[in-house]
Every structure is written in structure tokens, then in C-alpha cells.
Design a protein around this ligand. Structure first.
Ligand code: PGA
Length: 262
């Protein structure tokens, strides 16, 4: 694994903060986060806040991600916003988050269409995959990861793959769904399996290049232990990203980890 590549920290603000509140949090983050060349910090506010924050944002410190978008580029799809509308605004888009899959019924095919649309519009998808607690108890984790991963990326070339981000987010570890604390060795095993799948489909180089990050109750107290997992390129905190001191501490933990590995 290439140890010198950047760690990626993505704050998923979910459906929190209006424009004014989001702007206040951004200002706090500006004050408390220093730019580190070895850490990439991405903020995923609500869709409504992307445009105003893009104007206020220090681009040396932060990039923006959408939390979702629709896979058609335009048309009669009332209420939706497309990846093509977001392409000048965001670098990344979270796709297939478990809240989208569970609350909004997004199935494997919808997630695949969204991944395809993101790549088509030059937005890097952060593809969330992960088993729920029943599936883990039944020993089906690898099967679920296999199905979610291979379907999501099935329209991509090996060139596309080198650029995407896979977020391993076990549903049982996300604060929304219970927030059990995953053990680093549980995460390491799945990250290894994700790269193995990519190697099978796209070869060793793509498996090495793809970034794999972890999400599920990541906060300032456990980020260090997750970020040192072999093959783990970063973290996707939700709740903790709404607290500027917790989020800044996670970014610092990533920087410290990079210094250790250098
Ligand atoms: P959490 O959320 O850190 O609050 O568990 C992570 C996520 O849902 O992406």
C-alpha cells in the first residue's frame, strides 16, 4: 500500500443545519483546522448549503461533497437535483448511503446508476457499502459486500475505479442505526475483502489505487485507531462532523497518523 497518499476525511452533515448554521460551522472549522498536505478534508452539507458554502470556503482547506443526487442529467423528475447540475460545485458525492438504501428504498441498481452518473459528470463517488447486524450474525457480510460493491461499480472501467472512493459503513455501527463500535480487526477484514474483489475484477493496480475509507460512529476518541488500520485511507464521520472540535480532532488524528507512517 502506498503510505504517502493523503488520508481522506469526509464530514457527513446529513439533514442538519440551515444555511446560516452551516456557515457558522464552516467558520469554526476554518479557525480550528489547519491545512495539511497529507490530509484531504471534505464537507458534505445539505444540498441547499452547497452553493453558499462554496463561495465562503477556503479551497486550500476544504472540498465539498453532495450527500446524494439523481442519476438522470435533466428532465421531468420533480424534486430532484442531478449530478450534472452539481458538477461545478462539488468534487465528491456520497452514493448509496445506508440511510438512502433503508429510508428511501434505493436498491443495488439505483446505486449503480448514481455511481455511473457521478463518474460521467466528473464527480468522484464515495460509494457506501455495508452489512446490517442480521447479515453479520448470519455470516453473510462478505456476500453483502460482494453484491453491493460489484453491482455499484459494474459500469466502470479500471481507469474510473482508480478514482472512486469506497466507504465501508457497517449499518450496525452507524449512529442512526444503533451505533455499535466496530473493532479495527472487523474493519480490516472487510477492507481487505473489498480490495480483493476489486483485484479480481480490475487487477492489482486498481485494487491498490482505489481509496477505501471507514464510517460508523467515528469520533475524536476512536479515529486514531481506525485510521491506522492497514489499507484504510480515511474516515466518514457523521455525528462527530457537526462538532467543530471533534471534527478538527479527527483531522489532526489523520495528520498524526500520516506523520507516523511517513
Ligand atoms: P455516524 O454516521 O458517524 O453518525 O455513525 C456516519 C455515516 O452515516 O456516514
Amino acid at each position: 500500500m502506498n503510505n504517502t497518499r493523503k488520508k481522506l476525511i469526509v464530514g457527513n452533515w446529513k439533514m442538519h443545519l440551515n444555511v446560516h448554521e452551516a456557515s457558522t460551522l464552516l467558520h469554526r472549522l476554518h479557525e480550528h483546522i489547519s491545512a495539511h498536505r497529507d490530509v484531504e478534508v471534505v464537507l458534505a452539507p445539505s444540498l441547499l448549503c452547497l452553493q453558499p458554502l462554496s463561495v465562503e470556503l477556503d479551497r486550500h482547506k476544504f472540498r465539498l461533497a453532495a450527500q446524494d443526487a439523481y442519476y438522470k442529467d435533466e428532465g421531468a423528475f420533480t424534486g430532484e437535483v442531478s449530478f450534472s447540475m452539481l458538477r461545478d460545485l462539488v468534487h465528491y458525492a456520497i452514493v448509496g448511503h445506508s440511510e438512502r438504501r433503508i429510508y428511501f428504498g434505493e436498491d443495488l441498481k439505483v446505486v449503480r446508476e448514481k455511481v455511473t452518473a457521478a463518474v460521467r459528470n466528473k464527480i468522484t463517488p464515495i460509494i457506501c457499502i455495508g452489512e446490517n447486524s442480521e447479515e453479520r450474525k448470519a455470516g453473510e457480510t462478505k456476500q453483502v459486500i460482494h453484491d453491493q460493491l460489484t453491482t455499484a461499480i459494474s459500469n466502470l472501467t479500471s481507469r474510473d475505479i482508480a478514482d472512486v472512493v469506497i466507504a465501508y459503513e457497517p449499518v450496525w455501527a452507524i449512529s442512526t442505526f444503533g451505533g455499535q463500535i466496530a473493532k479495527p480487526d472487523q474493519i480490516e477484514e472487510v477492507i481487505r475483502y473489498i480490495r480483493y474483489q476489486i483485484k479480481e475484477l480490475y487487477g492489482a493496480k486498481a485494487a491498490e489505487q482505489v481509496r477505501v475509507i471507514y464510517g460508523g460512529s467515528v469520533d475524536d476518541s476512536n479515529a486514531g485507531s481506525y485510521l491506522e488500520i492497514p489499507g484504510c485511507d480515511g474516515a466518514l464521520p457523521g455525528s462527530a462532523s457537526l462538532s467543530y472540535h471533534k471534527f478538527a480532532a479527527i483531522v489532526e488524528a489523520a495528520h498524526r497518523q500520516q506523520l507516523k507512517q511517513a
